[in-house]
Design a protein around this ligand. Structure first.
Ligand SMILES: [Zn+2]
Length: 182
């Protein structure tokens, strides 16, 4: 990120950059997350740090308002890996991914960008692939009813599962099972 980009994120209180960098204000001696709602400092008083630790070492104190000390720097790769793990753990459960992503410390929108950069697929493409692989495995390796398979890979109904499966494999689930069941 350039300083101009960081300043813009600071100015706009852009939470999608929380954890990516911190800004410190020379006149107050305090450092903040980009999203901090405290008064926007003057540009000439601001400097930027990649990590909370760097800001502290430079003599700045964490902001009590945005608790910039609680947020550790997370390189993009680490963020992307956490997201990937999260998707693998929860792709078949009904949970609010948006909310889960926020626990990692960056917004969903920002996460989507980081993930695409790192893995070359979108979050939803990645989830779709996880579902497809597991559905195929269950169809060929188990005797489970197709409706149960649909539920267990995260679909709420049969028709959406059929459409999804046929799109991904060219075959309806039952035909796929017939061809692949051992
Ligand atoms: Zn702050």
């Amino acid at each position: 990120m350039t300083k101009e980009e960081m300043w813009k994120a600071t100015f706009e209180n852009d939470a999608s950059y929380d954890g990516i960098f911190f800004y410190a204000v020379k006149s107050t001696g305090i450092y903040c997350r980009p999203s901090c709602k405290s008064k926007i400092p003057k540009r000439e008083n601001v400097c930027f740090f990649g990590t909370s630790e760097q800001a502290r070492k430079a003599g700045f104190r964490p902001c009590k308002r945005c608790r910039s000390d609680l947020l550790d720097y997370q390189p993009m790769k680490e963020i992307a890996e956490k997201a990937k793990q999260l998707l693998e753990d929860s792709y078949n459960k009904s949970c609010d991914l948006n909310l889960e992503m926020q626990k990692i410390g960056v917004s969903y929108r920002r996460m989507a960008e980081i993930f695409k950069d790192e893995y070359g697929v979108t979050l939803s493409e990645y989830v779709a692939n996880l579902r497809l692989v597991e559905a195929k495995r269950m169809l060929s390796d188990t005797e489970d009813e197709i409706i149960d398979i649909a539920y267990s890979v995260g679909f709420s109904g049969l028709s959406s599962f059929y459409r999804f499966f046929k799109n991904g494999t060219g075959l309806p689930p039952a035909a796929y099972r017939k061809e692949h069941q051992k």
